[in-house]
Design a binder for this molecule. Structure first.
Ligand SMILES: NC(=O)C1=CN([C@@H]2O[C@H](COP(=O)(O)OP(=O)(O)OC[C@H]3O[C@@H](n4cnc5c(N)ncnc54)[C@H](OP(=O)(O)O)[C@@H]3O)[C@@H](O)[C@H]2O)C=CC1
Ligand SMILES: O=C(O)C1=NCCCC1
Length: 254
C-alpha cells in the first residue's frame, strides 16, 4: 500500500512493527467513491491470484505457507424480495507483490455481507441488485478495523477471478500450444449488466493490445448500446459491435 493509499484510508505505518494502524483507533469507513479510486486491475488480479493460492492449500495452520479458512455462506431470505448473504473468511500468509512491491506476508480476517434484490433495477433511480459491505477485523485480536463498501469490490473481484482463469487456462495454453500470438483477439460479452460491463473492462484493461474487436449482446438493446458507448470512449482503437443474438455474439470469438 503506497503513502497516498494510506492517507486515503486514514492509516499510518508503525515503523517498529511494519504494520498499519488506524490513527485514532476508530473503525475506518471506506465509502464507495474512495473504493473506486483505490481499485486497479493489476492489484485486483494479483490479490485474486494470491487468494486462489491460499484457498487451494488445504493445510490449515501453516506458519509460512498461504492458507485460508472459509465456512459456507449463509442465506437469509427477505420474503420473496431478496436475500442477505454472509461470507466469512480468513486468508493467511498471502503476498500482494504488485501492491506492496515485496514478498511480505499478510493475513486477513473478514466477513462480507451481500444483499441481492432483483427489483432494484426497477427503482427510480435504479440501484445495483447486488450490494456488498465488507467488515475487516484485526487478525490478531479480532477487533473490528474497517467497514468497506463492497459493491464495487464484489463486481471487480468477480471479473478479476475470470482474468486469472483466462491468464492461466487460455493465455498460457494459447502462448505455449496454439499460435503463440496474443494479438488480434475477439472478446464476446453476453449480457451487459454489472458483470458484463466489468468483465469487458477487466479483460480490455488487463490484456492491453490483445483484442481488436469486442462483440456485445444484451437482452435489451439499450444496455448494450450504453456499454458500447462507454467502451468506444475508453478504447477508441478497438472495434465494438452489438451482435444480433447471443449465438452470433460468441461465434468466432476467442
Ligand atoms: N454484481 C456482482 O458483483 C456479482 C454478480 N454475480 C452474479 O452475476 C449475475 C449477473 O449479475 P449482475 O451483472 O449484477 O446483474 P444485472 O442485473 O446488472 O444484469 C443482469 C443481466 O442479465 C440479463 N438477463 C436477466 N434475465 C435475463 C433473461 N431472462 N434472458 C436474458 N438475459 C437476462 C440482463 O438483461 P437486461 O438488461 O435485458 O435485463 C442483464 O444483462 C447474477 O447471477 C449475479 O448473482 C456474481 C458475483 C458478483
Ligand atoms: O460475492 C459473491 O460471491 C456473490 N455471490 C453471488 C451473489 C452475488 C455476490
Amino acid at each position: 500500500m503506497n503513502i497516498q493509499d494510506q492517507k486515503h484510508l486514514n492509516l499510518q505505518s508503525d515503523k517498529s512493527t511494519g504494520s498499519l494502524s488506524n490513527q485514532d483507533d476508530d473503525v475506518t469507513f471506506i465509502k464507495e467513491s474512495s473504493v473506486k479510486n483505490l481499485l486497479n486491475w493489476t492489484d485486483c488480479v494479483d490479490a485474486m491470484e494470491s487468494a486462489l493460492v491460499a484457498i487451494s492449500n488445504t493445510s490449515q495452520n501453516s506458519e509460512t505457507e498461504p492458507f485460508s479458512s472459509q465456512t459456507p455462506r449463509t442465506f437469509t431470505f427477505a420474503g420473496n424480495k431478496g436475500v442477505l448473504l454472509t461470507m466469512p473468511g480468513y486468508a493467511s500468509n498471502y503476498t500482494l507483490n504488485s501492491v506492496t512491491g515485496s514478498d511480505k506476508k499478510h493475513s486477513t480476517l473478514s466477513c462480507k455481507l451481500v444483499t441481492s434484490f432483483s427489483g432494484n433495477s426497477q427503482l427510480n433511480p435504479a440501484i445495483p441488485g447486488i450490494l456488498g459491505t465488507i467488515l475487516l477485523f484485526n487478525s490478531d485480536t479480532g477487533k473490528l478495523k474497517a467497514i468497506v463498501d463492497g459493491t464495487e469490490i464484489t463486481a471487480w473481484r468477480t471479473a478479476a477471478v475470470s482474468v486469472v482463469a483466462t491468464k492461466y487456462l487460455y493465455c498460457d495454453l494459447s502462448l505455449k500450444n496454439l499460435d503463440g500470438n496474443m494479438t488480434g483477439k475477439e472478446l464476446a460479452i453476453v449480457g451487459c449488466g454489472t458483470q458484463g460491463r466489468i468483465h469487458a473492462l477487466a479483460m480490455l484493461n488487463y490484456f492491453p493490445n490483445v483484442f481488436i474487436k469486442v462483440k456485445l449482446w444484451n437482452r435489451s438493446l439499450n444496455r448494450a448500446e450504453k456499454l458500447k458507448k462507454e467502451l468506444n470512449a475508453l478504447f477508441p482503437e478497438i472495434i465494438i459491435v452489438i451482435a444480433d443474438s447471443s449465438i452470433l455474439c460468441v461465434a468466432g470469438a476467442d
